[in-house]
Design a protein around this ligand. Sequence first.
Ligand code: AMP
Ligand code: MG
Length: 335
Amino acid sequence: MTGWTLGIETTAHTFSFGLIDADGLPYPSASDILRPDKGGIHPREAADHHKDVAASLFTKALDSQNLKPSDISAIAYSQGPGLGPCLRVGAAVARGLATRMEVPLIGVNHCVAHIEIGRQQCGCDDPVLLYVSGGNTQVIARLNGRYRVLGETLDIGIGNMLDKFARNQGIPFPGGPKIEQLALQYLEREPHPTMEGLQLPYAVRGMDLTFSGLLTAAQRLIDNGAPLDAVCWSLQEHAFASCVEVAERAMAHTGKSELLLGGGVACNQRIRTMCEEMAEDREGRSFAPPKMYCIDNGTMIGLLGWLELKKRNTSLEQSAIDQYLRTDQTPIVWS
Ligand code: AMP
Ligand code: MG
């Protein structure tokens, strides 16, 4: 590749353009996140948001590296999984730009992009990935040329669970960072906390996870008068411990010694620390990329596009989105 690869991310609430240079080096994304005043994300409203911000963000992204449109030599976009109306906006922008600029187009797997930006940023080789985001919660490992999902949520994503709990307490989206703050606040006034009166169901089912029971039970604690900061602490401890338990079992089963965090919830310092402690106990290592590459971002899409374009590209006929694209549907054709 001689020029720059432009990555386009639109799987959910975020519209983001990111840039990868000719050598595969990533540059920070230009992003805009829909933050609804109340309620969750409505896919159509998010798609409208994405249409509204696309043109100005495109200019912002190019200006950030002093580029002209002619410096772009490939367009990568999230082909799935995600919300249909949101994905369609990204795919339409990608097709339009690729056709107009006469450059190759490549549709990539959003979940796999989280893994590859993490590997690139952290310098790890063959990790078990704990992917904890708004809509997704998966434990993934590479096996026979694909990233295989070894365990995942059976109901809602961990981030959606945190956001919903927060929303019920009047905390606007995204609720995860505020829950983290409240949990820290609780630890300041209660440096030696116990779970007494704050127990929640522990939601591991074999290698899979569930979070909706946790959400209901946490709300019940609030309804019964438990302090919000205490419940936030307990909610984090329970939800994160269940993810770390499945990740540890995945490391044991696969014999891998590296753990890599990805997804927006990986911004949370508590889950980072829990992963580090677990990995150290196993004489392994846990890694987490910078926060700007944990949340959804166009740069990771550009990076996976840059990697895959050495082997394939996407024709206009193949460029339809796939809301339900699975992590293991994407053959790993790069190293
Ligand atoms: P993503 O879907 O990967 O873009 O990530 C968005 C999700 O990450 C939302 O559910 C946020 O609430 C969550 N999130 C972001 N920062 C934090 C944090 N510090 N702690 C917990 N969750 C977070
Ligand atoms: Mg994501």
